[in-house]
Write a protein that binds this ligand. Structure first.
Ligand code: GDP
Length: 432
């Protein structure tokens, strides 16, 4: 579905508007700037039309000056959305910081609707009219808190949102989508440059505006791949405080648009907490996963031994992900990325037929039954694969299946079916 982003200074009422649009009663509105919410986007619909709502309210960060924050969030939001709701507190009027963001929004080529918030009743409407001066067209007066004007605003938003999103395509058709992620300086842009430079890169401009493409298609070893949010990689974050935070935000957004994540590591440097956090973002996203160890050209023997130890210690939880050792600088083994990506995606796509799965579950329980708890032994009666991408299994059981046994099932699933490079989810329903 098309993507609608909500942008604005802290405290203008973005969260209230998000809650109103999502139809949430328990409005999680706090009158304090800098509250970090963890979700980036939500599914929403208006009059039966689905869209994705991107809430930048959670992007505010104490470490940043407010101006830098709003400008950056707006920039990212514009890249990743089809249309923008720019929210202004009509009772305060436009501030200097608002004006800077407006300039960027106007140059973006994306449709922008100006939302004049806090117009709680009709006699406040002149305050909204004053915002014509921003040059974003007609202000839409709303009261996010009370709901006034929000229906009209959404009607207007549906008119400017395209039928088909230019930035998001959850059907995942066409070349497979890769998110190239990793902390700053691990070599993401070098890898991209090498791949687009040495391969007969198709590199046509995709999504975003043509002036500002956000994805690139690259041919590696005879196959075309779509690298998502290359704009985020090529643009590089400025070295401002809080850049890490924006990098994670961008990473989460890129993951959402991808099918497989390549987490890039710099082997000349220790595996750090930042690396682990990025692996976690990839895991949380449920995407297929490949680990790429870059700068192999400058790895010496001493460091190599440490690296192996670090991998054992810090990446044991993703020992199912294919690993490739590469050098973006020399181009070494870049072509090995392809089979790794293919393997991970194949696992991610896998569907196990119900008959086979149940034979597997019976056999597994016959050889290793669930431990007896409180005099009872929970049994799995039946299982089915409820989803792929990533594979998700639902098990119907006579009692609570404990975490250790679930992990055991996952391990056995991997031993039996591979699933290399794909996370596996298991849900249990207890039948009395
Ligand atoms: P990004 O922040 O992840 O995009 O990292 P860059 O691609 O900008 O790379 C950061 C630095 O590492 C640059 O100085 C690159 O030249 C260097 N670099 C990247 N890949 C390699 C590699 O494979 N080997 C070596 N020796 N240096 C590399």
């Amino acid at each position: 579905p098309p993507v609608l982003a909500i942008v604005g200074r802290p405290n203008v009422g973005k969260s209230a508007l998000v809650n109103r649009i999502l139809g949430r009663r328990e409005a999680v509105v706090e009158d304090k700037p800098g509250i970090t919410r963890d979700r980036v986007s939500y599914r929403a619909d208006w009059n039966g039309r689905p869209f994705t709502l991107v809430d930048t309210g959670g992007w505010e960060h104490d470490a940043l000056g407010i101006d830098a924050s709003v400008a950056q969030q707006a920039e990212i939001a514009v890249d990743l959305s089809d249309a923008v709701l720019f929210v202004v507190d009509a009772l305060v009027g436009a501030t200097a910081s608002d004006e800077r963001v407006v300039k960027m929004l106007r140059g973006s080529g994306k449709p922008v609707l100006l939302v004049a918030n806090k117009i709680d009743d009709a006699h406040l409407e002149p305050e909204a009219h004053a915002l014509w001066s921003l040059g974003l067209g007609e202000p839409h007066p709303v009261s996010a808190l009370h709901g006034r004007g929000v229906a009209d605003l959404l009607d207007a938003a549906m008119k400017v949102l395209p039928e088909k999103s230019a930035v998001a395509d959850d059907e995942f058709t066409g070349p497979r989508r890769v998110a190239l992620i990793g902390r700053p300086n691990v070599g993401k842009s070098s890898l991209l440059n090498k791949a687009t430079g040495t391969n007969r890169a198709v590199v046509n401009e995709l999504a975003g505006t043509t002036r500002d493409p956000i994805d690139e298609q690259v041919e590696i070893a005879g196959r075309i791949w779509r690298f998502v949010d290359t704009a985020g990689i090529r643009k590089r974050m400025h070295r401002v405080e809080g850049a890490d935070f924006y990098a994670s935000l961008r990473t989460a957004a890129a993951l959402e648009r991808s099918e497989v994540a390549v987490v890039l590591f710099d082997v000349s440097d220790e595996i750090s907490e930042a690396d682990i956090r990025i692996v976690q973002l990839a895991l949380d996203s449920g995407r297929a996963l490949v680990l790429a160890f870059n700068k192999w050209d400058i790895l010496n023997d001493e460091r190599r031994i440490y690296l192996e130890k670090e991998i054992e210690r810090d990446l044991a939880h993703v020992d199912w992900a294919p690993r490739v050792n590469i050098s973006a600088a020399t181009g070494r083994h870049l072509e090995k990325l392809v089979p790794a990506l293919e393997l991970a995606l194949e696992s991610w796509d896998t569907r196990i037929p119900t008959g086979k799965l149940n034979a597997f579950l019976q056999e597994l329980q016959a050889s290793t039954p669930h431990p007896i708890r409180g005099g009872k032994q929970p049994r799995i009666l039946f299982g089915t694969q409820a989803a792929s991408r990533p594979p998700k299994f639902v098990l119907f059981a006579t009692g609570f299946i404990e975490a250790g046994y679930r992990r055991f099932i996952i391990r056995k699933l991997r031993e039996t079916y591979g699933f290399e490079g794909s996370p596996i989810e298991i849900g249990v329903r207890v039948r009395e």
